[in-house]
Write a protein that binds this ligand. Structure first.
Ligand SMILES: [Cu+2]
Length: 87
């Protein structure tokens, strides 16, 4: 799996990092205007946190998310819930 990340910052001195939890590689550090690629071999299906590894701004803690790794033949739709959906 490849992650291609572009840093779209307008300020020249704000790098962003990128890492996947459990990845065996080092992190990426991406300078403004630059695109970097991280190759990752997920060992099993699951949900993996991704996050910025460089303290970039007051919103640094918001720079995170999740990647879902499914099997090739999975038919489970992508969905999101906080567990309080009314049914
Ligand atoms: Cu960042």
């Amino acid at each position: 799996m490849y992650f291609h990340m572009t840093n779209l910052e307008q300020d020249w001195d704000i790098p962003h990092g990128f890492a996947v939890m459990g990845n065996q590689n080092s992190e990426m550090l991406v300078m403004p205007g630059e695109t970097c690629t991280l190759k990752w071999y997920p060992e099993r299906v699951g949900i993996y946190p991704i996050y910025c590894t460089d303290f970039c701004s007051a919103l640094h803690q918001e720079m995170q998310g999740y990647v879902r790794v499914s099997s090739k033949d999975s038919n489970v739709p992508i969905a999101f819930s906080l567990g309080n959906d009314k049914k």
